[in-house]
Ligand binder design. Sequence first.
Ligand code: NDP
Length: 491
Amino acid sequence: MEYRMLIGGEAVAAKSGETFESVNPYDQQPWARVPRAGPEDVDTAVAAAREAFTTGPWPRLTPTERGRLLRNLGDLVASHAEELATLETRDNGKLYSEMLTQLRYIPQWYYYFGGLADKIEGMVHPVDKPDIFNFSHHEPYGVVAAITAWNSPLLLAAYKLAPALAAGNTVVLKPSEHASCSTLRFAELFALAGFPPGVVNVISGFGPEIGDALTGHPDVAKITFTGSATTGRRINAVAGQDFKSVTLELGGKSPNIVFADADLDNAANGAIAGILAASGQTCVAGSRLLVEDSIHDAFLERVVAIARTARSGDPMDPATNIGPVATKAQYDKIRGYLEIAEAEGAERVLGGTPDPDPAIGKGWFIEPTIYANVTNAMRIAREEVFGPVLSVIRFRDEDEAVHIANDTRYGLAAGIWSQNLKRCIELPKRLRAGTVWVNTYRAVSYMTPFGGFKASGTGKENGIEAIRQYLQLKSVWLSTADSFSNPFTIR
Ligand code: NDP
């Protein structure tokens, strides 16, 4: 397969003609070639987006018309769900069943924000000045740079594109070099949905090569990013030079807290969902399992028993539970953490063997791995592993659980398992995380705000608030006074 980028409505190669290979993590075979954009392609894409924002038909469309185009796009994603999910699985090795579930849900973002496009109302202010009519309204920023991670390319793109376009911006979207193909194929749907050329541009390439050119481009007014804290910090620094608005969705080290009064069958499934879903490659992975002392050993046994049943294999096979991790670099990084955990004295109770069973296939497989007797000071409990590696930490009581849960630089998500109603209501308030799940885990919706506290990011995606991330508020003062006298005093 040979893919093209989308710039100004045209399917294009990189100006340099350079490409790179996409490698299937399951068989380690290259299966597609992708344009390797350079800074000159960034310039062309931003210019196309800028022109579409200022002079094209896009700024003249009513919000209702923009909403209709978004709903068309949602329909097209729905009718291409199987194809797009297959591309994502080939690119990032995640289970086809997971990617297909995502793809079937993604249209809701385009329907929801399409519906929201014409419901953003301004306000008339009853200002305390005579002869003044004063109002404020929301305006789009202009060109938005949207940068996504490899683990859920089109879901993360939907989080960004749907509100950005509903608000009237134009976009340059850059997927990860590790999983670009579904986004490049998705780019072909914009013209079919009726979007004017240049409203959405998609460029592929290596973040370290073109990232700064994109985020630092003077015509990019707003940046929305999902990825690691390291890259987020870099983007913040570059964007800060021009005081650009940024939304950053970064990593996590989320605590999943199990109390003795929980439904332990559900909690054990919740613990597994938190760490083995997507082979642990999710930002919200419940990678720290906090277990109350009195049930610790019995609960650990339950979790290990379920994890043992998880079947690794071909991510296209519906019977597979654990696919390979996405890249060789990710595989090496996770293996490095297994060594660190052993050296730190964590007690391995499952997995952790360096080489996968050859019968699974030759992909980058990491066995589900569980460490007990982890302390929150260990690196395995503090750093994001992004793999199927669980750290189990004991706690004595609720106060200690809260202390351990919050003792992290991250604040993306947290889980609580308990049947005590008071605790279920009160405890979420004490956790410094943007999302708290109680007796469930890893649920998302287009309707519900999502985003991290602390080093997990800034700004929110999803829900009504998300559209405000792509709008700036303007106040307008109209005077009906007959005279404008005394120019030397504030009014
Ligand atoms: P990276 O930060 O490495 O990459 C994310 C994106 O940024 C990629 O498109 C990458 O391109 C690009 N990029 C790299 N360097 C730059 C730069 N200097 N300027 C601009 N863009 C750049 O993250 P990963 O791909 O490793 O993704 C995993 C991380 O994402 C984890 O930390 C995870 O927790 C987080 N994540 C957060 C989510 C959230 O909603 N909070 C959801 C999903 C993941 P390229 O790949 O080409 O280098």
